[in-house]
Design a protein around this ligand. Structure first.
Ligand code: TRP
Ligand code: ZN
Length: 462
């Protein structure tokens, strides 16, 4: 029996916009709305693959007004008559595709664009979106806030899992990574910090422009902008790796000691996880309460000062390998981020005179934190629970189970080879289990996968 098709409003509008003659003779169909993410079904769009975002933003904290131009270079993966971009709130002034004015429509989080001429499969095309307004703070299914967070002296743009659409239009799903240029103009005296490296800075007419360039592919959820007063400092870490930290001046003293550990943490992580995957590192430390969590924004994690601690820094920097360089294909595979970053904390403790990872594992198994067993790491119960302890702690426990089975040599081979094989790409849990089995062909992982990764309840044995 054919599957019934239910048209959501955005798709209905898309279809209504199509069906007229095509200029270049290509007959396209609309790209899909959403990329079938099991936890965030609206996120992302089908029919194209973004290669580069060139974002030019202007922000004034006093008025909270943002004006932006997004130049999105993408390749069509089908003949396209229309395609969607994710954008929550803000007013769109105009859209052009390949230099020609395009029709567009807004419905929910979708900005649907109908180019003047249909696009051919394989064609690289450039879309320019001009927009403005007061960016929104979004509330996630788990109640946490993301998107655009106004702060005491500026704002933070944070995007896990879907908040980047609050400050720029794009294909807002981790499966479509791209390089970025992010240029932000702010009132003179304030700073704007983002991912990658600072390519250019200039002051004119009372406003300062900061241009940040990200050369390695980045998922939209780890793109960031931090506006406010920041002490920006540059140094170099292992093998000359540029370190750029931005610290709210009111937090300079309090954050000094932990930030001084950053080069040593990178050095330790390179020994354990392999070469640092990006062309710079660092951290952005804003005031306490600026966000309720730290986030592994690419190159330099955002860490509110009340979250800054050695363990958090180890965790967020470990995400540069696990999450940022090697990115989940869908939000179901979150444990590939959080299980690894949590395990990195366990390993760091083990190597620095603390509990062994095995002891941390045993304590969790014997402890009475029932929440850990609420659902399996590889199958969170719902979008509201993708950042709970089964993903973090039990995810890390899966790695300890693998280590128990294969021994240290093979284990480190696995966690390093996993990054070397998949860096700048996307992965699923099935890719991971297949990779582990390939690296240790004579071992049987059936029970680990069944009980620890996919099992609904607490495994019978630690
Ligand atoms: N990824 C962050 C960390 O553990 C935590 C986090 C912040 C998060 N926002 C989230 C996790 C939204 C899932 C969804 O470093
Ligand atoms: Zn994390």
């Amino acid at each position: 029996m054919p599957r019934p098709v239910r048209l959501v409003p955005a798709v209905a509008v898309l279809l209504a916009l199509t069906g007229t003659a095509c200029g270049a003779g290509v007959h396209g169909t609309p790209g899909g709305s959403g990329v079938r993410d099991p936890y965030f079904p609206k996120a992302g769009n089908g029919g194209y693959d973004v290669g580069h975002y060139d974002l030019t933003l202007d922000y004034t904290p006093a008025t909270r007004r943002l004006t932006g131009t997004a130049v999105i270079t993408a390749r069509a993966t089908q003949n396209l008559s229309a395609f969607g971009l994710d954008l929550a709130g803000l007013d769109v002034g105009s859209v052009t595709v390949e230099g020609r004015k395009a029709r567009f429509n807004r419905a929910g989080q979708k900005l649907t664009v109908r180019p003047h001429d249909d696009l051919s499969k394989g064609e690289t095309f450039r879309t320019v979106v001009r927009y403005s307004g007061t960016p929104r703070t979004l509330t996630d299914p788990d109640g946490s806030e993301e998107g655009w967070l106004p702060t005491a002296d500026g704002a933070l743009g944070l995007g896990e899992p879907v908040g980047s659409m609050a400050w720029f239009p794009g294909n807002n799903h981790p499966s479509d990574k791209a390089t970025y240029d992010i240029t932000v103009t702010v009132p003179k005296g304030l700073q704007a910090v983002s991912n990658g490296e600072l390519a250019d800075q200039s002051t004119r007419g009372g406003r300062t422009t900061y241009h940040w360039h990200t050369a390695q592919p980045m998922a939209s959820y780890v793109a960031t902008v931090a506006v406010g007063h920041f002490d920006i400092s540059r140094s170099t870490g292992p093998h000359g790796l540029p370190i750029i930290t931005a610290v709210d001046p009111t937090q300079a003293k309090a954050s000094e000691e932990v930030l001084a550990q950053l080069p040593g943490i990178i050095r330790w992580e390179e020994i354990n996880f392999g070469p640092y995957p990006f062309s710079s590192t660092g951290a952005i430390v804003d005031r306490p309460g600026s966000a309720d969590y730290a986030l592994e924004t690419q190159n330099r994690p955002v860490i509110p000062a009340d979250h800054l601690a050695t363990g958090t820094l180890v965790h967020e920097l470990a995400h540069q390998w696990y999450g940022d360089a090697v990115t989940p294909k869908s939000w179901q595979d979150m444990w590939l981020n959080e299980g690894f970053a949590t395990y990195a904390e366990w390993l760091y403790q083990e190597d620095h005179g603390g509990k062994s990872a095995q002891q941390t594992f045993t304590d969790l198994y014997d402890g009475d934190n029932e929440a850990i067993w609420a659902y399996p790491p590889a199958k969170p119960s719902s979008a509201a629970h993708i950042s709970d302890s089964p993903v973090y702690q039990r995810g890390a426990m899966v790695l300890q189970k693998i280590r128990q089975k294969v021994g240290d040599d093979t284990f480190y081979d696995i966690i390093q080879g996993w990054v070397a094989t998949h860096r700048y790409g996307n992965v699923s849990t099935a890719d991971f289990t297949a990779y582990v089995e390939k690296k240790a062909p004579h071992r049987d992982f059936t029970e680990i996968w069944k009980d620890w990764l996919y099992g609904d309840r607490k495994p019978d044995h630690p």
